[in-house]
Ligand binder design. Structure first.
Ligand code: ITT
Length: 196
């Protein structure tokens, strides 16, 4: 069973490979030789996940999924949301400017509730399916931890006193937004033996 994962984000790829295990072979964009950027012109996670998956499906005509995700902060009315990867602007080599902008915007604000949301779009046999995962938490005052990626150093999930970046991949993968969406994806795939 082979599935293309349409992402250029190697950290996402690592998490997904770890979550999916060996029953399903994940092919990365690198594995299929696709190196171009895919423009994320949608207004929602659903639209962008579809754009990414469909771009690859139209070229390769093979089962493919994409993940569009981001951080939604309550006090910022859901921002950065779909703009999470480019909150402070585009073209940075490091993620620090985005984290700094978020911490600056929340300076002095007591209400720090936030959530990570992932929408996975799977296209298989010309049918489009969506799977969502959410993890609630709050934004720390300072960054801590070096694991993971993106906003992990400032996100503390509910029920924990450490950030995602202070967890190893197994701990994060037990509770994360991506883990929840992937578990729905796996359930869907396994429930239909004629899918592939
Ligand atoms: P692809 O589009 O190629 O998959 P990307 O990094 O551009 O990779 P998105 O467009 O989905 O991914 O943007 C999601 C951004 O949201 C990502 O760059 C991170 O900044 C943030 N994000 C998503 N999931 C995250 C997680 O588990 N931990 C920390 N930050 C996350």
């Amino acid at each position: 069973m082979e599935l293309i994962f349409a992402t250029h984000n190697l950290e996402k790829l690592k998490e997904i490979q770890n979550l999916i295990g060996s029953n399903i072979k994940i092919l990365s964009l690198n594995d299929i030789g696709y190196s171009r950027e895919i423009n994320e012109t949608g207004q929602t996670f659903e639209e962008n996940a579809f754009i990414k998956a469909n771009t690859i499906y139209q070229i390769y005509n093979k089962p493919v999924f994409a993940d569009d995700s981001g951080l939604e902060v309550k006090a910022l009315n859901g921002r950065p949301g779909v703009f999470s990867a480019r909150f402070a602007g585009e073209g940075y080599n490091s993620f620090d400017p985005h984290i700094k902008k978020l911490l600056d915007e929340l300076k002095g604000i007591k209400q720090r509730e936030a959530r990570f949301r992932t929408v996975i779009c799977l296209i298989i046999n010309d049918k489009v399916n969506f799977f969502e995962g959410i993890i609630n938490g709050h934004i720390a005052e300072y960054q801590s931890g070096v694991n993971g990626f993106g906003y992990d150093p400032i996100f503390i999930p509910n029920g924990y006193s450490k950030t995602f970046a202070e967890m190893n991949i197994y701990e994060k993968n037990k509770i994360s937004h991506r883990a929840k969406a992937v578990s729905k994806l796996i359930k869907f795939i396994m429930s239909d033996p004629h899918l592939f």
